[in-house]
Design a protein around this ligand. Structure first.
Ligand code: BES
Ligand code: ZN
Length: 619
């Protein structure tokens, strides 16, 4: 049957005789969007907006160029908590209605059109509680003088600030005009200004088609510093210099990435360093990665995150997961690509340390997930229908995805795998990919092409099976072997000052490996000796701090409590929050968790609040 698939598809194209080139391929229904793109699809957005900090609202008109199929009657957009003021179709008032609210998804905005309709305009206001938006008070910024705004649209939060066909399978270009208060710079996932102007009115253009989850906006007291010919960094003035130092290797990363998998498709690559409440490490908004300031370690030790977000310029932004069930196609490929960029710049030993840290975390998470409520979430291909797509964000997409791709690399050889990946990104650029289509593509263009004979069980086990298969590749690193040796001796009772010299040359990743392999339970004496000699509580590296604080909580190490509180109150990066709150709950420190969370919660973005609420049982 499957060998006739291309013929069938071809027949389908001619049989339905749709007028427009783009309408030929039917878009599969995304369970997380109300849009019916096969009837009417958005091709371009013109966004005219005023950012109102006082009322924590965005007032805007979104004008869409649409394409319709024969007999089209409705354009359906996704919305969440938007107040719709008016809707026009080709300049005339249009009939519209907001449908029933569906959990996680919001409400469909159903607009009456005809197959002749070319332009639809929606005038609306976002809610002060819009889930994508975080409005920061001056106190939450570095400068402490002006407020700050940023968006986080992935996975399905774009609809809380723009009515859109909010599905990763639907791409459109956009232009925008945004008014912000005086003294602020506005930035988007688009061609950006580099300087403030007196009016506070900025214009933007994104000429490459992108899915809605890559819509992004930020406004605040921001300055720009160039990093190279086509890269630069934006940050608050007090952060700019350290950010420019930390990201010095960005241009080299772009070059390494291009050498691996083909030309960078988005012209410029800039970074925006946000205040610490940003809920993620990074977000791959096209042309402008949003990043947490917690990677500014002062020694470039955490720049793998830049490699990661840059890699998304190919995996994710160029070739995009069709639905959130295919999320591993975005993240697994990106972790693989990230690792290859890191290897190019800093060598194999370095990238193997990163891979080993990830594998260790993956094993722990797989075991927890298999014993939990949704063991099926350990499959690469997810089934998130009726659930929040955020539930699919785990190490599975990232690190099981990475392991699978590394296994493919090792199976066919690196040279053949690189040829395959480069072609994959080129041939599928600006398109979407389902897991099933990837499997077909891989069979033809990787396995058959290279004469590799494997049974379908080989890849099906990875993609459609639970847990981590036995043939998962195991990275290795000599630098970690040294750490393991020290740990083994320390565990037999040798004292730490006999095993390591103070201020030794271990890098951050060795310290993380050390911290992650300390015993779960330690005595206060052991904690004190380690801390006095190695200075963990005083560390300025956020990853080290996080790993150390887990021991602080588990072992009731009181000298670390102030740091625990200040870290949790200042930093809103979800990856750091959830383990620490979970550890407090598991250790029976409910009062401590509640006390800290009560102070910290107002500082967190919706996505972090949503996760931590569940952990601590916040009402
Ligand atoms: N695209 C993700 C962030 C994301 C995923 C937001 C799912 C919303 C839903 C981003 O590229 C990412 O993976 N960030 C990681 C970086 C890390 C793996 C280097 C993060 O934030 O920790
Ligand atoms: Zn990512």
């Amino acid at each position: 049957m499957t060998k006739y698939l291309p013929l069938l598809l071809l027949f389908g194209v001619f049989a339905c005789q749709q007028p427009k080139e783009e309408m030929k391929t039917k878009i599969t229904q995304d369970p997380h969007s109300f849009a019916k793109p096969n009837e009417a699809i958005v091709k371009h957005l013109s966004w005219d907006a005023v950012v109102d900090f006082e009322n924590k609202q965005i007032q805007a008109t979104a004008t869409f160029d649409i394409e319709t199929s024969e007999g089209a009657k409705e354009l359906i957009l996704d919305t969440k908590a938007l107040s719709i003021e008016s809707v026009t179709a080709d300049g005339e008032p249009a009939e519209y209605s907001l449908g029933e609210y569906v959990e996680h998804l919001g409400k469909p905005l159903v607009i009456k059109i005809s197959s002749e309709t070319k332009k639809v305009a929606v005038t609306y206001t976002s809610s002060p509680e819009a889930e994508a938006l975080q409005w920061l008070s001056p106190q939450q910024t570095d400068g402490k003088e002006l407020p700050f705004l940023f968006t986080q649209s992935q996975a399905i939060l774009a609809r809380s600030w723009i009515p859109l066909q909010d599905s990763p399978g639907i791409r459109f270009t956009y232009d925008a005009k945004v008014k912000v208060p005086q003294g602020m710079l506005a930035l988007m996932s688009a061609e950006n200004p580099t300087e403030m102007n007196d009016e506070g009115v900025y214009t933007f253009k994104m000429e490459q088609p992108i899915p809605a989850y890559l819509m992004a906006l930020s406004a605040g007291d921001l300055k720009f510093q160039s990093l190279g010919a086509r890269s630069g960094v934006y940050a608050e003035p007090g952060v700019l210099e350290s950010a420019a130092f930390e990201f010095e290797d960005t241009e080299a990363m772009i070059e390494a990435a291009e050498k691996l998998y083909g030309p960078y498709a988005w012209d410029r690559y800039d970074l925006l360093v946000l205040p610490p409440s940003f809920p993620f490490g990074g977000m791959e908004n096209p042309r402008l990665t949003f990043a947490t300031p917690t990677i500014l370690a002062g020694d470039k030790s955490l720049v793998a995150l830049v490699a990661h977000e840059l890699a998304h310029s190919w995996s994710g932004n160029l070739v995009t997961n069709a639905t959130w069930d295919d999320f591993w196609l975005n993240e697994g490929f990106t972790v693989y690509f990230e690792n290859r960029i890191m290897e190019s710049l800093y060598g194999r030993e370095y990238s193997e340390m990163l891979a080993q840290l990830s594998l260790q975390d993956l094993r722990i998470e797989v075991d927890e997930m298999l014993a939990g409520e949704h063991p099926e979430d350990t499959k690469l291909k997810l089934d998130l229908k009726g659930r929040n797509p955020d539930d699919g964000v785990s190490s599975i997409a990232y690190d099981k995805g990475y392991e699978f791709l590394r296994l493919l690399e090792e199976t066919v050889g690196r040279e053949a795998f690189d040829v395959f990946l480069k072609e994959y990104f080129t041939k599928n650029a600006f398109k979407t990919m389902t897991t099933e289509a990837f499997v077909e593509y891989m069979k033809t263009n990787l396995l058959d092409k290279n004469g590799v004979e494997v049974s379908s069980e080989f890849y099906n086990e990875w993609i459609y099976g639970q847990g981590l298969p036995d043939n998962a590749p195991v990275p290795s690193s000599n630098k970690f072997a040294i750490v393991e040796d020290v740990l083994a001796k320390w565990k037999t009772g040798e004292s730490i000052d006999q095993l390591i010299v103070k201020d030794n040359d271990w890098n951050t990743h060795q310290w993380l490996h050390f911290l992650r392999n300390l015993p779960e339970t330690m005595t206060v004496e052991q904690m004190t000796t380690l801390d006095d000699y190695l200075g963990f509580t005083a560390s300025g590296n956020s990853e080290i701090t996080h790993d150390w604080l887990r021991h602080v909580v588990k072992n009731s190490y009181e000298p670390g409590y102030d740091k625990l509180e200040s870290f949790l109150v200042n930093v809103g990066r979800r990856k750091f929050l959830t383990p620490l709150y979970q550890d407090m709950m598991d250790a029976g420190k409910t009062d401590m968790a509640m006390e800290i969370y009560t102070k910290a919660r107002p500082n967190y973005h919706f996505v972090s609040v949503n996760s931590v609420d569940k952990i601590v049982g916040w009402e």
